[in-house]
Design a protein around this ligand. Structure first.
Ligand SMILES: Cc1cc2nc3c(=O)[nH]c(=O)nc-3n(C[C@H](O)[C@H](O)[C@H](O)COP(=O)(O)OP(=O)(O)OC[C@H]3O[C@@H](n4cnc5c(N)ncnc54)[C@H](O)[C@@H]3O)c2cc1C
Length: 444
């Protein structure tokens, strides 16, 4: 038994689980699910705790798969690998590279667990790539009844489409089979352009580059664009330059100016302009898994919305107007990315090629007014929130956004009939206040 405090990465969520369990095998997972079921407990699995919402929090039983990491089996012919679900993305990249394989795309950090990343629809950028869940071809899951279930699109399409983004509500995912690429190298280029030029050109740049994203610093004229493309050039380490740019400028210096903004919020406008002028520019070549991830040492809170791809410019224009209307005291950049549409039931990119716009606020600075104002704009353009990031929506609105919502709930009932994987937060998202009563719901 434990009563120690658990907190997510940004510190926005705290919980005091009654038990924390660290299973080391599928058998252990089966036993703990059976135990929770018998004792009427509710449990949540936590990956790396990098979601900004209470989506992984538990006041009852918290389960971590940190002891279930690594490769289970690699098939270099079919370019697939079965991996333990607790594997952190950084370790996964290194292990796959040893077999000449790599993930086709990743987000901008690599500390999440693979199961945590796919459970919220974590994505990177690139118009031809879906989110990380689209890389999955098979699951091994311990369901709410303690059954070990293998699931692929071929064995059960409905369950598979529900599992690909499942918010930890269909069972404990213990193994994941991934579709992979032969290991590849990328050339990364960071440039500064004006926001106006960026808005004029960004749709073409997104088409022309394997990966494209831009960072817009509110109140500043310049913005940063980042591209990554395949190359055969030799990978090169620049330890001193990387340390200066990635640790000293992007983290230490940015941490200092963020503290200044927290203490004197009126400086945010100047700091945003200063940060835009200090963005490290240049070119790097490395193996893909080394280039996607950046270090994030300055803690913040974040909201991110998925939007129809063609809405990017209109939304940015509206955000720009709103930011000039009221002093929101923002010094963090707005991160703008693209992803390919998919057919995963609860994926924010369901049925549409997508733009993603993310807004941030330094930890300790009030974020509600800024986030609420921007969320109103996102919603006017058909936005769907990222499941791991802050938003204010509940079941009634979410249900409207997802055509397969009810089908997902039916699969959830089949796999977790007692609602043991629900916490209060997820219950609200799904419109369930009493999991026990919900267990008796008629399934049509
Ligand atoms: C600094 C930072 C940068 C980020 N960058 C990006 C980015 O570039 N792109 C992006 O899309 N998102 C990004 N995110 C969000 C992040 O990728 C997601 O919130 C992700 O879900 C976190 O993974 P995690 O392993 O920490 O999972 P957690 O936050 O611990 O859990 C997330 C969900 O996964 C479930 N889960 C975890 N393991 C299992 C399992 N074995 N079985 C069933 N369910 C499970 C949990 O119950 C929970 O519902 C970022 C977050 C931070 C803090």
């Amino acid at each position: 038994m434990t009563q120690s405090m658990w907190s997510n990465w940004s510190g926005s969520v705290q919980a005091r689980p009654q038990i924390v369990l660290n299973p080391a095998s599928i058998d252990d997972v089966v036993k703990l699910v059976q135990m929770c079921r018998q004792e009427g407990r509710r449990l949540r699995v936590v990956g790396s705790g990098h979601s900004f919402t209470p989506i992984a929090a538990s006041e009852d039983c918290l389960v971590s798969l940190d002891h279930m990491q690594g490769l289970v089996h690699v098939d270099t012919q079919s370019r697939t690998a079965k991996v333990w679900a607790g594997t952190k993305l950084k370790l996964l990249g290194e292990l796959l590279f040893q077999h000449g394989l790599a993930q086709e795309n990743l987000g901008d950090i690599d500390v999440q667990s693979i199961a945590g990343a796919i459970s919220t629809g974590t994505h990177g950028t690139g118009r031809t790539f879906g989110n990380i869940s689209t890389q999955v071809v098979g699951f091994t899951v311990v369901t709410g009844t303690g059954e070990v279930m293998e699931c692929t699109a071929e064995s059960d399409l409905k369950r598979f489409k529900a599992l690909q983004v499942s918010l930890g509500t269909l069972g404990i995912i213990v193994q994941i089979t991934l579709r992979l690429e032969p290991a590849y190298r990328l050339e990364y280029v960071s440039r500064r352009v004006t926001l106006d030029e960026c808005l004029q050109q960004q749709a073409q740049w997104a088409e022309a580059n394997r990966h494209f994203e831009f960072y817009w610093f509110p109140y500043a004229l310049p913005c940063q664009i980042k591209t990554m493309n395949l190359t055969q050039d030799e990978p090169k380490d620049h330890p001193v330059k990387d340390y200066i740019n990635e640790v000293l400028v992007e983290n230490t210096l940015f941490g200092w100016v963020s503290e200044l903004c927290r203490k004197v919020p009126q400086t945010s406008t100047l700091v945003s302009r200063f940060s835009a002028s200090q963005v490290p520019l240049g070119r790097k070549v490395h193996h893909s898994h080394k280039l996607f991830a950046t270090q994030r040492l300055v803690r913040f809170n974040e909201m991110e919305y998925n939007l129809p791809a063609e809405a990017m410019n209109a939304v940015i224009e509206e955000m720009r107007i709103e930011l000039s209307r009221k002093p929101y005291r923002v010094h963090f950049p707005v991160e703008c990315r693209y992803a390919k549409g998919d057919d995963i039931w609860l994926s924010p990119a369901y049925g549409r090629d997508s733009a993603y716009i993310a807004i941030h606020m330094y930890r300790g600075m009030p974020h509600a007014e800024y986030f609420n104002a921007m969320e109103r704009i996102f919603l006017r353009y058909g936005g769907r929130p990222h499941w791991g990031k802050m938003h204010s929506l509940e079941a009634a609105q979410l249900q409207e956004m997802y055509p397969m919502w009810e089908s997902f709930q039916q699969v959830r009932h089949e796999l977790d009939p007692d609602g043991i994987f629900l916490n209060d937060y997820v219950g609200k998202l799904f419109g369930i206040t009493n999991p026990r009563a919900d267990a008796n719901r008629e399934i049509v």
